[in-house]
Write a protein that binds this ligand. Structure first.
Ligand code: XMP
Length: 514
């Protein structure tokens, strides 16, 4: 394991991912963890991340210098680099020598462990106020910039390395190579971590945890729950039952995809609950978006709990486990870090007996989203599931502006299927984060089709580009593709006589219309 010590930068997760891209397993630990505890994990190497502080700021995070004396290879980046410099007797000046953004770096020692084989002039990403002016004793300075005399140093004997910039961001053109040089050459680690290892490890761990009891898993149709279920299925086979609630608000073919493709790929026991009538009844007469969301959420929990209860009553070993597709970013962001594997969760809400308590099985808790996709693919799940774009839990229920009825759902499903088909055919699925297709059910406009006047509804296309759905921009997609989608929808979907494009970023607009 390589430990990434997080000094409060948003970069720690990115560093951990880059280490894994180098096929070395990595974990993030908070900088407040005592060094003895870090060393007790027997790390093959330690990376000190960047951070928002100046090393001279009051309350800036510190690090016990024992970390540099333990014989474990250490790589300091940005703030981590400055901490290393000051701890070991170098000089960091608080002299306003700022650099932000893309900066030219001059490598002064091409034979260095970190820079070997990279150009003497390279572009790196800087973000700092203070600057190192003298390296600690025993260190060789290996690079500089116009502003910073010591932009990188290394001590091969002690296996200590540092760079002032951020090698983990893609704007640092040789950053990944420098990181790999540290891991392979500096720390002598073999690149052997693969998704295949993850599957093997997790299968063992799940078997040990579950024993001969039973587990249940809620499938939403999304990537995370599907991959978690497939992994648990591989480990414990028929001891797992998956529950899929069809609320009738899914897109065309989605329920069938779970019923057929997921089961075909995994052989899982799948309990599909068709609750579409129930949801439609509950939604009748409702157009307010928040009310719709609350109704859908409430009904979903009721149906899911009822299904759980039925499984609990079937003959067989105790149902003691609930599988969830929690990912590593969820764990890091909630401050969980590592070593919190045995959380107990009380799911005794609603119709379940008070004394039922499930233990969670979370086989993806070490993984990032792209790794989850790789694991899914390796487990044989089809691309349609593994590469799926985000889709909201309340489904098409919040993409019909107005009351949700069966006819309107059928209409929207057709329009959405056409848009998805054309976007896929145009190869735009990766470029576009997601493309909600929205029916303005309470709006009508006049059109002409054939020889007659029409009075139909508009369909809105909402293609967006995003990294995390917190902010988004509307996707500038090719006119030809828009034209094809528009022509097909107005020709093929009855009652739709107009297609409009949403050109609003987020903010101010949200991605969904409700
Ligand atoms: P908004 O509309 O808030 O959406 O910009 C941001 C992202 O979240 C998805 N979304 C949901 N996902 N349950 C979900 O699982 C929900 O209730 C929900 N509402 C919005 C939306 O599709 C987008 O990716």
């Amino acid at each position: 394991t390589v430990l990434v010590v997080d000094f409060g930068a948003q970069y720690a997760q990115l560093i951990a991912r880059r280490v894994r891209e180098a096929r070395v397993y990595s974990e993030i630990v908070p900088s407040t963890m005592p060094v003895a505890e870090m060393l007790a994990k027997n790390p093959a190497a330690i990376i000190l991340s960047g951070g928002p502080s100046s090393v001279y700021a009051e309350g800036a995070p510190r690090l016990d210098r024992a970390i540099f004396d333990a014989g474990v290879p250490v790589f300091g980046m940005c703030y981590g680099f400055q901490l290393m410099a000051t701890a070991l007797g170098g000089t960091v000046d608080d002299n306003g020598a700022r650099e932000y953004g893309r900066t030219p770096l001059s490598v002064s020692k091409a034979s260095s462990t970190l820079f070997e084989g990279t150009p003497t002039e390279q572009s790196v990403w800087m973000s700092h106020g203070d600057a190192c002016s003298a390296a600690p004793e025993g260190f060789t300075v290996t690079a500089s910039t116009d502003v910073v005399p010591v932009a990188a140093f290394e001590n091969d004997e002690k296996k200590l390395y540092g760079v002032q910039y951020h090698p983990e961001v893609m704007h640092s053109t040789h950053g990944q190579q420098v990181l790999e040089h540290f891991l392979y050459r500096g720390a002598g680690i073999e690149p052997s971590w693969t998704t295949g290892n993850v599957i093997e490890e997790q299968v063992e761990a799940i078997r040990a945890q579950v024993g001969d009891k039973r587990a249940i898993c809620g499938l939403s149709g999304g990537v995370d729950s599907a991959v978690a279920a497939a992994l648990v299925q591989k480990a414990i086979g028929s001891q797992l039952t998956c529950v899929y609630v069809d609320h009738g608000l899914m897109r065309k073919g989605e329920t069938e995809q779970v019923e057929k493709d997921f089961v075909a790929a995994t052989g899982a026991n799948l309990k599909v609950v068709d609750a579409s009538e129930r949801f439609l009844n509950a939604l009748a007469g409702v157009s307010d978006p928040e009310t719709k969301r609350k109704i859908i959420g409430r009904e979903f929990i009721r149906v899911f709990e009822q299904a759980q209860l039925e499984i609990l009553q079937e003959d067989g070993p105790e149902v003691a486990f609930l599988v969830q597709g929690t990912l590593y970013p969820d764990i890091v962001e909630s401050g969980g870090g590592t070593g919190t594997a045995n959380i107990k969760s009380h799911h005794n809400v609603g119709g379940l007996p008070d004394d039922i308590e499930f233990e969670l099985v979370e086989p993806l808790r070490q993984l990032f989203k792209d790794e989850v996709r790789m694991v899914g693919a390796e487990l044989g799940l089809p691309d349609e599931i593994v590469q799926r774009q985000p889709f909201p839990g309340p489904g098409l229920g919040i993409r019909i502006v107005g009351e949700v009825t069966k006819d309107r759902l059928d209409l929207l499903r057709e329009a959405d299927a056409i848009a998805r088909e054309e976007l896929t055919a145009a190869g735009l699925d990766r470029e576009i984060w997601q493309c909600p297709v929205v029916l303005l059910a309470d709006v009508r406009s006049v059109g002409v089709q054939g020889d007659g006047r029409t009075y139909g509804h508009p369909i809105v296309l909402r293609p967006v580009s995003s990294e995390d759905a917190m902010t988004a921009d509307w996707t500038r997609m090719p006119y030809e593709v828009l034209a094809r989608i528009s022509t097909r929808i107005t020709n093929e979907v009855a009652d739709v006589n107009r297609v409009v494009l949403d050109v609003t970023s987020k903010p101010p607009g949200t991605i969904e219309w409700e």
